[in-house]
Design a protein around this ligand. Sequence first.
Ligand code: MG
Length: 289
Amino acid sequence: MSVRLLVASRTDVGRVRPGNEDALLVTDDARLVAVADGMGGHRAGEVASATAIAALLAGVERGDPIDDAITAANDAVVTRAASDLDLRGMGTTLTTGLVDGSTLRIGHVGDSRAYLLRDGELRQLTTDHSVVAELIAAGELTEDEALVDPRRAMITRALGIDATVEVDVLEVALLPGDRLLLCSDGLTTMVRDDAIAAVLATEEDPQRAADGLVDAANAAGGADNVTVVVADVVDVVDPADTTTAAVEPSDPLAATGPVLFEDTDEVPAVSAEEDPPPRRRWWQRRKRP
Ligand code: MG
């Protein structure tokens, strides 16, 4: 069996940040979707997310498995950062889904998320690579406490930071009627899962669902850039018909705020003096053996 995706998307700067450093990808055939949340001073976060998305697409187009394509995206961000002083220290999350037949392969680094709505129930497919996710897993923090914890923006894995990156890969057997959501943390830090589920379950049209999620994040304060990709899984009746109606992603916006890195070695701290308000985002680098 094969399935195809009907995909809608929206990215928005939110109500606080000066620019949008998120990026998204929906290919014309809607087999590949992705969300990236860039971080870095000046315009570096925007460059990081766009660089990662472009390298991911190139990797998938040349036939790379999803983890290799994400590794290539990491290489691309590392290389780009090394080429320009203004970009040094930039990084990005990347969460992507690739449809092959009726199988969805998800590749994931960072705290952007993939969810699956099936039979009215919303399941988070990815595990955040974040400080609060680790504290929740350790039983030291509840989900509710995590929503307001000052460490909620600290991520433990990102592309562009090290020459190597650990990529989570998972597979989902898609069923017609499933609805997939990829999103940046600008949604999940502002809107609880039950409210996300309510929008996804009630807005039948995927674009209206995407718009409803972004509007909910902004209504809750819009403290961060917010990006959503909503993909409905439909049966392929004619096996020759694998075309879809992917909605053109809107262009990520420009200007960025500076980033404060809390770090122990090479990554330089970026000046927080230039473009207020400063972004409160830190890396905690994964120590290697
Ligand atoms: Mg974000």
